[in-house]
Design a protein around this ligand. Sequence first.
Ligand code: ARG
Length: 420
Amino acid sequence: MTRVALAFSGGLDTTVCVPLLEEEYGYDEVIGVTVDVGQPAEEFDEAEETAEALDLEHYVVDARDEFADLCFDSVRANATYQGYPLGTALARPVIANAILEVAEEHDCDALAHGCTGKGNDQLRFEAVWRASDKEVIAPVRELGLTREWETEYADEKDLPVEGGNEGAWSIDTNLWSRSVEGDDLEDPTYVPPEDIYEWTETPGSTDEELVDIEFDDGYPVALDGEEFDPVDLIERLNETAGAHGVGRTDMMEDRMLGLKVRENYEHPAATVLLTAHEALEQIVLTKSERDFKTLVDDEWAQKGYQGLVDAPLVDSLEGYLDASNAKVTGTVTVKLQGGQVRPVARDSEYAVYSESAASFNTETVDGIEQSDATGVAKYHGFQDRLANEVMERATATESDEEDDEQTRLTTDGGAEDGEE
Ligand code: ARG
């Protein structure tokens, strides 16, 4: 008795995978697993209905808490990839791990996904699964399936695929972001219509709104003084900020395989939390801590995009992120309006900020007089001035030597002329 666990959404790709895993790959039993990372309820209804119609043993796993925790880890690393806050990317390892657990509980020999051979998700799923001893199967990629072939095959087999979710665009939704791609949107010259957006109002039509966001060790913990667990905080903020049109991204994205693709995203909560977190860092971290952190953050984001959040490097990066975020405790007030989020106030007990030092109205700072800066001012740029001087002198000497040479040649030439 051989058994395979399939990452199942109830869409066309994963639906055709069910019979194919039996017919083409010879498995006796297929079980479908849908992992909840905050998709809308209709997606679960569709998965349940399709599974039932297929007579597929189907499990739904709630991984929202785990996913939200990972999203908050990404906030501590200010993580975005080319401007995109990584919603799809971070969800994949969480989903893959949840499916692996179900597969282990049910003694599956193999794991399967319905990803194509062009995208990032195949890589993210398999990076997790290949650490297990189970077979990994990618029917769509391995059998070279196209949408047309799948539609025909589904027709032929009378598979339940008429469910309404497959509109013109390919949409991937979770707590952290909503991604819309495909069809007309693939054309970089095509201006997306407003109706691709579901989480964000058309920017520009609302009054401004202030929100206080409280952080503890770099983790968002409260909105306007009210504490929330991560899932609720994200959901609440998606609504608040989405109402002001905050968090739209229209970008060209460099996929891992090298393809450039046009992507549209909505991610109101992510945008607000990333903005607020960075605003708090600005006041609690020293300049050198901030400078170094951009390197750490970028490495974290790259690994996040690749779906490799379990890499040893990420563990090491977390060491610095823990240390630096230990000071990212306090409150940031942001202003939401017209599709924008702007930090407008920051408050922290760790603020590396002395009013008397920065103020124009005080004479001395910790006993240092204004006039003590004279020596510093004299030295400032010393090396550059010296280097420029040396260069000028060298150039002057060279052109003097050239002039001399010129004079010598003209004189000699004159002598020759004279001989004639
Ligand atoms: N390109 C993005 C990523 O790799 C998201 C793709 C989401 N998929 C979709 N069908 N809209 O992370």
